[in-house]
Design a protein around this ligand. Structure first.
Ligand SMILES: [Zn+2]
Length: 347
């Protein structure tokens, strides 16, 4: 809580959600419900909000929660609070199947068992289950049982990308908070005011983030993020002018890498690029996100036929949907690469 005032929640944006949760943690308030579900795209701030909620709930200061000073707040700051549990698909304890990236039944059994025990420090036990959409059936069913029978001292907080990927019976037992993308200006201002980025860099990252603060921060921290983007954009420009054989070779190398995060990141970058090209074709260059490549956007806007660009954006969205479910990544990527538009005018 360094640099923050007592009672401040360290959450950028999502004010409505903080305002909704804050009264529940205040002493003498109505108290929280049993279960919450924070929905939204990856890195939009779901876990940050959940940590802030958990910290404030477990804080023992009567006036400003979180206070940042009490024993509970200090334990939280050290990630060592015995009443705050984090369950995630890549749990290091091995309770979770890392190979499949799934939340498995064993982890849920532990939740059911330990939820019954009284909190160690204070009034509540806060259980954060990240990426609940990755739960297998056994986990989901056991979780459902906990949601139905949890003692009053337990507060469950689930995060997931989309409610459609969860059992409807789980969603209906939670209070759902759907986090929306943050304004570009807020992200840019936050990055710049933290001294983390120059004005131009902050503006570019904010535009590319699609309103996801966590994504923008991760790009800054990884350092290689923006360089990788440059490389990926150059590859895309080459591929759209490459032969069928070269395109299929790229598809092969991408599908054999089996790095889902990389694959979906690349598809998001392609979507962002073609969206910009379409905007430029509609005369809206100002609304483009890849502002550091205006010349290339204008070049592609003139080289490609708008209807081809539009059709490819549809294909991208369709293939991305398949890839979340299908097992045949190679086939889906082959289709995508073959439908990448070709320039009608060579430039
Ligand atoms: Zn405190």
């Amino acid at each position: 809580m360094q640099g923050a005032n007592a009672g401040d929640w360290p959450v950028v944006g999502h004010r409505w959600a903080v305002d909704l949760l804050r009264p529940l943690v205040q002493s003498g308030g109505s108290g929280p419900r049993h279960a919450y579900l924070f929905l939204g795209p990856p890195q939009i701030g779901k876990s940050t909000l959940a940590y802030a909620f958990g910290t404030a709930l477990l804080c023992t200061d009567p006036d400003a929660r979180p206070c940042g000073h009490c024993r509970s707040c200090q334990l939280m700051a050290k990630n060592g609070h015995p009443d705050f549990w984090l369950i995630q698909p890549t749990d290091k304890d091995g309770a979770v199947d890392r190979a499949n990236g799934l939340l498995r039944g064993e982890a849920a059994t532990a939740i059911v068992r330990d939820a019954m025990l009284r909190p160690v420090e204070g009034q509540y036990k806060f259980i954060l289950i990240q990426d609940a959409h990755q739960a297998n059936d056994t986990f989901a069913n056991k979780l459902l049982k906990t949601l139905e029978e949890a003692p009053t001292h337990v507060v469950l907080c689930l995060t997931a990308n989309d409610r459609a990927e969860l059992l409807p019976t789980i969603v209906s037992r939670c209070q759902v908070l759907e986090l929306r993308p943050l304004p570009i200006e807020l992200i840019a201002h936050t990055l710049e005011s933290q001294g983390a980025a120059s004005h131009a860099e902050a503006d570019l990252l904010a535009r590319l983030s699609n309103g996801r603060m966590g994504w923008a921060m991760a790009q800054l921290q990884s350092k290689g993020g923006l360089e990788q983007r440059q490389e990926d954009l150059h590859t895309l420009w080459q591929l759209s002018r490459a032969s069928r054989v070269e395109r299929l070779a790229f598809s092969q190398s991408l599908s054999s890498s089996r790095q889902n995060e990389r694959l979906f990141g690349l598809l998001a970058l392609w979507t962002g690029w073609w969206r910009d090209v379409l905007l430029a074709q509609a005369g809206c260059l100002d609304a483009c996100n890849n502002i550091d490549h205006q010349a290339e956007i204008e070049r592609d806007a003139q080289s490609f036929v708008p209807v081809d660009v539009q059709a490819f954006l549809h294909t991208l969205s369709r293939i991305e949907g398949y890839l979340h479910h299908t097992v045949n990544t190679t086939l889906a990527l082959d289709v995508l690469l073959l439908q990448l538009p070709r320039p009608s005018v060579s430039r």
